[in-house]
Design a protein around this ligand. Sequence first.
Ligand SMILES: [Zn+2]
Length: 108
Amino acid sequence: MALTKCPSCNKRISSKARECPHCQFVLAGQSKEDIQRERRRLNQEKSDKLVSRSMLALIIAIAAFTYLFMQQPQPQSWGYNIAIGGIVVGLIWFVINRVQLMFLKKKR
Ligand SMILES: [Zn+2]
């Protein structure tokens, strides 16, 4: 019995399985092309999500930086702490999404 990868969740499943036991993705009755197309579509969806998430993270970092630059809040004030937090979290989030995107592209 050969093993294949579920096109939906990428877990190893039997090639004879009618549906994925992990995510219930239906495999039966689908041709190889159908499954390939579905896999590509899901990858595209995932990468779109990562791109928009990384843009959101970048916007947060830029907004926080702009606030810090324009308002120049007192160090240790809540506004200052929130701005610094926003920059750090935004940048880290951005990098995480970009790295995930890189791995997704490599896998294809
Ligand atoms: Zn699955």
